[in-house]
Write a protein that binds this ligand. Structure first.
Ligand code: TYM
Length: 337
């Protein structure tokens, strides 16, 4: 059976960008394919410690699993949930892959450039991070890796590393994840999703942005979240239409409205075509987001820690089995075994 895999870092709270851009599409895919694919959902806790030490990491890990269920993930024997640091093969393969990755290709990673820009010193993990991500994916032969647009470059790097290693040894050791365009098609979204910063819609919404009104967090008080939407930056064109280039703020609101209500973006665009009152659109989106947060937060509180630990125990047993077998294959070709 083929594998669909994704992970979400947990060091700070989730934004609606993470939720709508990555988590919901993943949950929908998982539910749709739970009988014909392995669905691997893991918590990249080693990625979480790169930028900061989070005193609540352990609790937040449990919370992030609850979030998947609150987002609608249905438990099933093909759904595997695990923590990265509980499967040591991830770090081991990361090291091996770093022996075939080049400094040049890592240097080109946009995320690395953004995160290191203007800093006098950055840790080595920020640079190596995409290699660990490649290991996360390649250990499980995951062909489909639903992620937001900001991670596409890392998926391409993973593909390249997989093909390079296969060529080096003349064997199909890794299954490279499919190309970005095919990932997008498989996810069933027209384009990679990029929810924008509410105050500065030229940029993506990010948990690390300082401005409180820039981002809606999944655990914001729902009414406060609605107010943030009402304060979103728009433009002076005076027409509600989808034009990410000239009207990124309005387009972002249309996109959010479509994703929150699980309707095609095109339908939302048609509904608002010809309308000119930005306030009406903001009120509608604010109300959709408020309702979504209320429902979501209630569902998170319904899932117990015990239940989550039970899923993790089973998931980690499974993950170690698959990952160790793949690692052994790699160790063999490198003559380590
Ligand atoms: P992370 O934790 O930064 O983000 C989790 C997921 O959310 C997506 N995302 C967005 N999507 C749309 N609009 C936005 N504004 C937005 N912001 C974030 C991200 O694309 C991501 O899919 N490196 C990964 C975690 C990871 C991983 C992996 C993912 C580690 N190993 C292996 C897949 C497979 C990360 O830091 O995502």
């Amino acid at each position: 059976m083929k594998t669909i895999l994704t992970g979400l870092r947990v060091n700070s709270e989730l934004t609606i960008g993470n939720y709508l851009g990555a988590l919901l599409p993943m949950v929908r895919l998982a539910n749709q394919h739970k009988d014909d694919y392995n669905i691997n959902i893991f918590v990249p806790d080693l990625h979480s410690i790169i930028s900061e030490v989070d005193g609540e990491l352990k609790d937040n890990i449990l919370k992030s699993i609850k979030i998947y269920f609150a987002a609608g993930l249905q438990p099933n024997e093909n759904v595997h949930i695990y923590r990265q640091s509980y499967v040591p093969a991830h770090s081991e393969l990361c090291w091996i892959l770093s022996c075939i990755a080049s400094m040049g290709e890592l240097n080109r990673m946009t995320q690395y450039k953004e995160k290191s820009e203007g800093k006098s010193s950055v840790n080595a993990a920020i640079f190596n991070y995409p290699i660990l991500m490649a290991a996360d994916i390649l250990l499980y032969d995951a062909e489909y890796v639903p992620v937001g647009e900001d991670q596409f470059q890392h998926i391409e790097l993973t593909r390249n590393l997989a093909m390079r290693l296969n060529n080096k040894f003349g064997q199909e050791i890794f299954v490279p994840p499919v190309k970005t365009e095919e990932q997008i098609k498989f996810m069933g979204v027209e384009n990679g999703i990029r929810i924008r910063d509410l105050s500065n819609p030229e940029k993506k919404m990010s948990k690390s942005t300082a401005g409180e009104n820039s981002k809606v967090m999944m655990f914001d008080a729902p009414e406060a979240a609605a107010k943030k939407i009402m304060s979103a930056t728009t433009d002076s064109v005076g027409k509600i239409q989808y034009d990410m280039f000239n009207q990124p703020g309005i387009s972002n609101l249309l996109q959010i409205e479509a994703l929150v209500n699980d309707v095609p973006l095109q339908d939302v665009i048609s509904t608002w075509a010809g309308e000119t009152h930005y306030g009406d659109l903001k009120r509608k989106v604010a109300s959709s987001v408020q309702t979504m947060l209320e429902d979501f937060q209630n569902r998170v509180n319904d899932i117990s820690d015990e239940k989550v630990l039970e899923y993790l125990e089973t998931g980690e047993k499974y993950a170690n089995g698959i990952a160790n077998a793949k690692l052994l294959e790699v160790q063999h070709v490198f003559n380590l075994r």
